[in-house]
Design a protein around this ligand. Structure first.
Ligand code: ADP
Ligand code: MG
Length: 238
């Protein structure tokens, strides 16, 4: 309706896709747990950024998303907060193994930043986050994964190494995030990404975030996402 259109225009949000949930104005509109609201407050986040206003209701509704917004716009919380909700919603059927949520990022530094942010939101719910990128020995990493976790934050190469070592399976993974997808392509990770995606059940929820959206990234997105909603904030390059 007109009010939503005007609100979105004001935030420079553009969407395409079927039946797009309306953007939110406040974190209170998301139905988050008290623990999650506490963690958001502790981070000093008073209100959602534009990408969060539109991405949070989309992802919380279970839809796939292509999110395009420049660096520094708050994309991490846009995928981590709904991931916590997704994990808390899982029935506790037969203590299966392996992460429920998997986040892939192009570099160790980026993965580490996501890991730190994910831990802050995961901790109040007792959700375990494992870091799967260089910096820890493969043996240490293997042991940590064997001990179990609900979220893995990984670089593609190291995640594949760990899968080959049978440190984890992704049989119960139902929430996959590909962050900084454009940079993963620039760094030549397309085959690794395809291999990882191919090992995750097709009924997963898939989120792809990027600062720019070159053709080849758009093409991959269309292949591996299901009825995605595309959200762009501000002006975005190809
Ligand atoms: P991006 O992934 O889009 O580059 P980040 O998720 O790294 O952006 O967020 C950039 C900065 O903004 C981080 O320091 C983060 O803690 C902060 N931030 C994220 N969401 C909010 C918010 N709602 N209010 C205030 N600061 C926020
Ligand atoms: Mg980011």
């Amino acid at each position: 309706d007109e009010e939503v259109a005007e609100y979105s225009r004001g935030l420079a949000i553009r969407v395409s896709g079927l039946e797009v949930p309306r953007p939110i104005k406040l974190f209170e509109d998301c139905g988050f747990s008290a623990q999650l609201m506490g963690a958001i407050g502790k981070q000093g986040y008073q209100k959602p950024t534009p990408i969060q206003c539109q991405a949070l209701p989309i992802v919380l509704s279970g839809r796939d998303i292509i999110g395009i917004a420049k660096t520094g716009s708050g994309k991490t919380a846009a995928f981590v907060l709904p991931m916590i909700v997704h994990i808390m919603d899982q029935p506790e059927l037969a203590k299966e193994e392996g992460p429920i949520g998997v986040i892939c990022a192009p570099t160790r530094e980026l993965a580490h930043q996501i890991y730190l942010e994910a831990k802050k939101f995961a901790k109040p719910h007792g959700i375990r986050v494992s870091a799967v990128y260089g910096g820890m020995s493969k043996l240490e990493q293997f042991k940590e994964l064997k001990a179990g976790c609900e979220i893995v934050v990984a670089t593609p190469g190291r995640l594949i190494d760990m899968i080959k070592m049978k440190a984890l399976t992704m049989l119960r993974t139902t929430y996959l995030v590909l962050d900084e997808a454009d940079r993963m392509f620039d760094l030549g990770f397309e085959p690794q990404i395809r291999s990882i995606v191919g090992q995750i059940r097709p009924d997963r929820q898939t989120l792809l975030f990027s600062a720019t959206m070159p053709r080849k990234v758009e093409r991959l997105a269309r292949e591996i996402l299901t009825d995605p909603i595309r959200v762009t904030v501000g002006e975005v390059g190809m």
